[in-house]
Design a protein around this ligand. Structure first.
Ligand SMILES: CC(C)(COP(=O)(O)OP(=O)(O)OC[C@H]1O[C@@H](n2cnc3c(N)ncnc32)[C@H](O)[C@@H]1OP(=O)(O)O)[C@@H](O)C(=O)NCCC(=O)NCCS
Length: 406
């Protein structure tokens, strides 16, 4: 009997993790990444989330894992459902048998059945890009020197008076969550997400500190930053840097905190990512500091899970941008089932039709890319007037993970 057949017979899954397999999963992700994975990713490795931990076992042993969390999200008021994939791991001796690819597709099918529109993936390797995942978003990465940040020293929160920047703990969760809730492009997090993030202190894969900006007693903004002493640097000569991985609240208050943070950590540089959907922050930072920022995408890659549902849910956003008359007659079509990696997509209005070849082209068409010039995927084709209208209405805003990263 061929080895491949033997392996296929012994394979169990992909399927959900069973209640008695936690230790085995801990072994898989602990061996492939680091022993503290269960502590570092409590939103993922949680009994409540067990159905979303997709595994492949061989014989009695779990050998491969693809996990996700599912949350609602708001794209400027349009409610969608997203899932975030992480801790993708196959034990070394079981690699190259297609297990992660199978478990990844199984995660897409499971997410589709649960009503997910878009999947966020915290990676960009072939495993994902071969099956329609693409980096999207037209954002900016800033890495400021101390001199550049000194130009922000006179910025004050609204009101213009004194303010404090101090670390905050779990007792401020209601205020932190209320500030995050004012963000137009955000996850609809559970209170537990905040509790877990503050308890474990790991955000976007690195131990982090939570800072609050206050005017008097009122928290007016917050910033979560990687602890510079815990960041793995590529070389000893790389300048120490503090990286802001999430912020919320009034932009002037976020900006006002930056010079204080670089002074507190006494490092050479401060990095912050601004989203293309934010009409203020990137532009103001450029103008006020003189730093251009580097065009970049949102973190990781995305895969569209349910095109038709996503577009129906975002119809009000399209109408806001291209008008009711142009939007009302739009219909959306997919050749294949939600979750599938196959098929092409179309958008129609009367007799006019625009066709999008595949999942990868769709992700870039809908969410935009900072890599317009080198984009290898095919351009949408069809009716030029409809295409122009759609381009006016796109891109949809891209989500930023922050403490929802897994
Ligand atoms: C990444 C990882 C999970 C892949 O697990 P796996 O079970 O071996 O995955 P598969 O057998 O389904 O396929 C993976 C590899 O086979 C090869 N492969 C499979 N199909 C292929 C195809 N059609 N064409 C070319 N190469 C292919 C590739 O090398 C591919 O890896 P890639 O992502 O580097 O392109 C595993 O290598 C691992 O645990 N790595 C360490 C942890 C890690 O990096 N996780 C991902 C974080 S984003």
């Amino acid at each position: 009997m061929a080895a491949g057949t033997l392996e296929t017979q012994r394979r169990d899954g992909p399927r959900a993790l069973r209640p008695d397999e936690w230790e085995q999963l801990d072994h898989v992700v602990g061996t492939v990444f680091r022993p503290s994975m269960f502590q570092d990713y409590p939103q993922l490795f949680n009994e409540v989330n067990r159905e979303n931990l997709r595994v492949v076992a061989e014989g009695d042993a779990v050998v491969c894992h693809v996990g996700f969390i599912q949350r609602p999200a708001s794209l400027q008021g349009c409610r969608i459902d997203v899932c975030a994939i992480g801790a993708v791991a196959t034990l070394d001796e079981h690699r190259g048998k297609g297990y992660a690819s199978l478990a990844f597709q199984d995660a897409c099918d499971t997410a589709a059945a649960a009503g997910v529109d878009v999947m966020l993936i915290s990676g960009g390797r072939g495993l994902y890009t071969r099956v329609g995942c693409r980096q999207v978003g037209d954002d900016l990465d800033f890495s400021f020197s101390r001199e550049e940040l000194a130009r922000l020293a006179s910025v004050r929160p609204p009101g213009g008076g004194d303010f404090t920047v101090a670390q905050v703990g779990a007792e401020r969760i209601p205020e932190l969550a209320a500030l995050y809730a004012t963000e137009p492009v955000r996850f609809l997090r559970r209170r537990e997400d905040w509790e877990m993030a503050l308890a474990c202190g790991v955000v976007m894969n690195t131990p982090s500190h939570f800072w609050g900006v206050s005017v008097g007693e009122t928290l007016v903004a917050y910033l979560i930053v990687h602890d510079p002493s815990k960041v793995r640097r590529r070389s000893a000569d790389e300048p120490a840097s503090v990286r802001v991985v999430e912020f919320g609240g009034v932009r002037a208050s976020v900006i006002a905190a930056l010079p204080r943070l670089i002074a507190h950590y006494d490092v050479e540089r401060l990095a912050i990512h601004t989203q293309g959907s934010d009409p203020v922050l990137g532009r103001v930072l450029r103008a006020a500091t003189g730093a251009a920022g580097t065009p970049s995408g949102a973190s990781g890659t995305v895969r569209i899970i349910n095109f038709v549902q996503l577009m129906e849910r975002c119809r009000p956003l399209l109408a806001e941008r291209m008008g009711h008359a142009a939007t009302a007659g739009l219909t959306f079509h997919a050749d294949a089932e939600p979750g599938s990696q196959e098929g092409s997509f179309s958008i129609r209005r009367g007799d006019a039709k625009v066709r999008i070849e595949d999942l990868a082209s769709l992700a870039v068409f809908l969410f935009g890319s900072h890599r317009a010039i080198e984009a290898p995927d095919s351009e949408p084709s069809g009716d030029t007037v409809l295409l122009e209208d759609l381009r006016r209405a796109l891109p949809l805003p891209s989500l930023w993970y922050g403490l929802s990263y897994v």
